[in-house]
Design a protein around this ligand. Structure first.
Ligand code: AMP
Length: 493
């Protein structure tokens, strides 16, 4: 019988104690040190939060945070990452929805002291021996919260079984990775690409290089790739958009695997990047949080034969244990090269959102198989690769972050008591999307509104520009015509 991923973690700690597990802010920590911290956090959880399954983790960039995740995963608990810089009101909603009673944090954090805090820095020496006797594939391993169109973040629970299926399917992708590899971890722990970035290396005894909190993300990414000769990097494509102007100076011969996920990957930029990473296998991987990290992959070849659509690289085929289909709006599966909604089924699929009406519409059954509607428009080519072709709704990705424009609109409406407004995502001169708020009517001072909005949503969701348009253009259904409005804004630039 093959080992589950938690068994693999236990085995790595046995064998690789002296190897480095993490490099955080330039400091290396061995597996032995990581295990010692993990055991003392587990002891503290047993003592202070006995019987509690779900544990919040204030996700700062330090060893204690990762030891906290492991203390949960290695004892069958569920971890819920809390972003240290998100507004307290959002954290409170997450705490309430998931009925959290305890949050692990590195240092005492007054802002997040809405429930019991366990401070993990300098925990006393008490430790417990850990054993994987309670592994339960149906239990939740983590719950992540994504932008919800109704103004309340949607909780996505991912089970140990889902995560184990991902690790198994990842293992079948044919990547030749060992404990000698060096992995980049560039993601907030509230974003599930972080889970691949720390868990895959920890399951094989390799070292994880995290990003410093301070500074520009893309320069930090580049510095770590270069300084530490990183060999495996999963990144969001927007990093490439920022690095593009330096491509002629970049040379990363040590990089063996360069994966991109989270948003559309453009052919032209990727070809430029492949010259910067001459020895890397480059792959475009795809998947929503609801299907555990990623579940489709497309190897980008260097022979000039890249399959793309509108300049966007194919998202390829399903990983082992997963199935991808195209469906129409009634949930009928479509054959041939027709466009429709990309729907996913298989072992990595969440059982459904935490307390959400969206479960009724986001999932459907067909011939006994449960599918998730991704909201992505796609089609299948004759050789079975899928092409990404946009969204059916108003969800956008900025720097890889998933944003429902209607969530921004919801809060703006609540604050202003005005319903004549929209949030749009419009490309700037560098081709990167920016959130813009548009109000119908004459100019008014909205600085107070924006300050209040900041207390409701994370900073990456904040509008960077505000416009006033006398009357909104309407489409034939009498709704605000967003495309036309975007054109009007572009023409006034
Ligand atoms: P998240 O749940 O934050 O991982 O976001 C999932 C969404 O990101 C998908 O439904 C897509 O809209 C988008 N996405 C993820 N990977 C890709 C990709 N490789 N190409 C295009 N869009 C992607």
């Amino acid at each position: 019988m093959s080992m589950n991923f938690v068994d693999q973690l236990y085995a790595v700690f046995e064998v690789h104690g002296e190897r480095n597990a993490f490099c955080i802010e330039g400091i290396f920590y061995t597996y032995k040190e990581l295990l010692a911290k993990t055991k003392s956090i587990a002891a503290s959880l047993n003592e202070k939060a006995p019987g509690e399954r779900k544990i919040g983790i204030l996700a700062t960039n330090c060893l204690e945070t990762y030891a906290g995740l492991l203390a949960c995963l290695m004892t069958g608990r569920t971890y819920i990452p809390i972003h240290p810089n998100h507004p307290p009101e959002r954290t409170r909603q997450i705490v309430e929805q998931s009925q959290l009673q305890t949050i692990l944090c590195n240092k005492y954090d007054r802002q997040n002291a809405v429930v019991r805090l366990i401070v993990t820095e300098n925990l006393d020496g008490s430790k417990i021996e850990l054993s994987n006797s309670k592994y339960n594939s149906a239990a939740d391993a983590y719950i992540l919260f994504t932008s919800g169109s109704t103004g309340i973040p949607k909780g996505v629970p991912i089970t140990y079984g889902n995560l184990d299926s991902f690790i198994t399917a990842f293992g079948k992708l044919g990547y030749q990775v060992t404990c000698e590899d060096r992995f980049l971890q560039m993601f907030d722990l509230t974003f599930d690409l972080s889970v691949m970035s720390y868990l895959v290396p920890l399951c094989i005894g390799a070292c994880v290089y995290t990003l410093p909190d301070e500074g520009m993300k893309f320069t930090n990414v580049y510095n770590i790739l270069e300084e530490y000769n990183v060999t495996f990097a999963l990144m969001v494509p927007s990093i490439l958009a920022s690095l593009k102007q330096y491509f002629h100076e970049i040379d990363l011969p040590a990089l063996r695997y360069s994966l991109f996920c989270g948003e559309a990957l453009y052919t032209e930029t990727t070809i430029g990047w492949m010259k910067c990473a001459p020895n890397a296998i480059v792959e475009n991987v795809y998947g929503p949080t609801e299907a555990t990290i990623f579940c489709m992959t497309y190897p980008v070849t260097r022979d000039g034969l890249i399959e793309d659509y509108n300049g966007i690289i194919s998202i390829g085929k399903s990983m082992a244990g997963m199935e991808s289909q195209i469906a129409d709006s009634d949930g009928h599966l479509l054959e041939g090269e027709v466009k429709g909604e990309l729907c996913l089924a298989g072992d990595q699929l969440t059982m459904g959102y935490l307390n959400s009406d969206r479960n009724k519409t986001a999932f459907f059954e067909h011939n006994g198989t449960r599918y998730y509607r991704t909201g992505d428009i796609a089609f299948r080519t004759s050789n079975g690769n899928f092409m990404y072709a946009g969204r059916v709704d108003h969800q956008v990705k900025i720097q890889g972050y998933r944003i429902e424009l209607s969530e921004i609109e919801f809060h703006l409406r609540q604050i202003t008591n005005d319903s004549n407004l929209v949030a749009l995502a419009i490309p700037n001169h560098a081709g990167q999307l920016e959130i813009q708020a548009v109000f119908e009517g004459q100019y008014i001072d909205v600085s107070g509104t924006l300050s209040e909005l900041e207390t409701k949503i994370p900073s990456y969701m904040m509008p960077t520009q505000v416009h006033f348009v006398k009357t909104f253009p309407l489409n034939t259904n009498g709704k605000t015509d967003r495309n036309e409005l975007t054109k009007i804004l572009n023409s006034t630039k």
